[in-house]
Design a protein around this ligand. Structure first.
Ligand SMILES: [Zn+2]
Ligand SMILES: [Zn+2]
Length: 325
């Protein structure tokens, strides 16, 4: 019996009778991070990284049954040892290490190596078997350092100010939005959508400091300002109120020409919260795992590459919906 296996409900650990990031309602779920494709409704009980507990509650409700563990601290279920380790993906995100009778598996959840100023820094965890995400698991994906893109974003904001325009950046409300807020060189007022504000307040409680920002409310009339909105938050009414705007989007998918996501924006910033191709290969090397299961995205190219390198690599199919980028 393998330590972890794929079931219709999600990744399952038979020895502990617990699921990792299940996508159907189950009894007990260990959650890697608060994004909605990983932390879903309907579990009887949730176990999560301590720093993600309030983020998960904000999304799933205050009354869920949830317990949090700090990074690196083991907890045991039916003799199986589990621990969370920073995944560097968003605040409170974790890899999940599973150990039983001397065998070690690591599930990355979503991860990235780059230190982004808001997520707890990633480190590789040695294991026999690695379950890695491969959202951007193609050689074509090679991220530039975030400093490059935040400088570009800052210059774009300044240019828009000269033209008397507001600057709108579309970014997912948890993770990407805080990363932008933390790293863009401020040159004016910053407003954020209420959904972004809620996640930012919880992140501040984790000890992350941000430049001054304000929750955008109906009375505000921003001028030459930066406004961070989730992609779903750009209603026509709101955009009309913001007057003359330039719209940009921050996402790894902006590294792909001709993607549908390009059509609605003036500028794309390929800033991703996921590892690129080299990041995934480097992780495989660093963990020294002999067996690798690839999830998310299209694992075929990665699986072929690792197989040629002498690894036992397999696709675990598209377990999750299209990634937030
Ligand atoms: Zn995620
Ligand atoms: Zn994901």
């Amino acid at each position: 019996m393998p330590l972890l296996e794929v079931r219709p409900e999600g990744i399952y650990c038979p020895a502990a009778d617990v699921y990792l990031d299940p996508y159907r309602a189950v009894g007990k779920a260990i959650i890697s991070h608060a994004h909605s494709d990983h932390a879903r409704w309907g579990m009887n009980h949730y176990i999560a990284p301590l720093s993600s507990v309030n983020l998960i509650k904000a999304r799933l409700g205050k009354n869920i049954s949830i317990v949090g563990y700090p990074y690196g601290e083991s907890f045991h279920i039916q003799g199986v040892h589990f621990s969370f380790h920073p995944a560097g993906h968003i605040p409170g995100s974790a890899q999940i290490r599973v150990e039983y009778k001397g065998e070690i598996w690591v599930y990355t959840g979503d991860f990235k190596w780059e230190v982004d100023g808001v997520s707890e820094p990633f480190y590789p965890v040695p294991c026999h078997t690695l379950i890695t995400e491969c959202t951007f698991g193609f050689p074509v994906f090679q991220w530039r350092k975030q400093e490059h893109w935040f400088q570009k974003m800052g210059e774009w904001w300044q240019n828009n100010q000269i033209e008397n325009k507001n600057t709108v950046v579309l970014a997912y409300s948890l993770g990407k939005a805080q990363r932008i807020l933390k790293n863009i060189p401020p040159c004016g007022n910053i407003y954020v959508h209420p959904a972004v504000a809620e996640m930012t307040e919880i992140t501040q409680d984790l000890g992350i400091h941000f430049p001054e920002w304000k929750k955008l409310d109906a009375k505000d009339k921003p001028e030459r300002s930066l406004i961070i909105l989730p992609p779903s938050g750009q209603s026509d009414g709101l955009l009309k109120r913001l007057g003359d705007v330039e719209i940009g989007m921050a996402s790894g998918w902006m590294g792909v020409r001709g993607k549908r996501s390009w059509s609605a924006v003036d500028r794309g910033f390929p800033i991703s919260d996921h590892a690129d191709w080299k990041g995934i290969i480097d992780l495989v090397d660093a963990t020294q795992a002999q067996t690798i299961y690839a999830t998310h995205g299209n694992p075929d190219v990665l699986v072929r590459y690792l197989t040629e390198k002498g690894k036992d690599a397999r696709a675990w199919g598209a377990l999750f919906e299209r990634e937030e980028g």
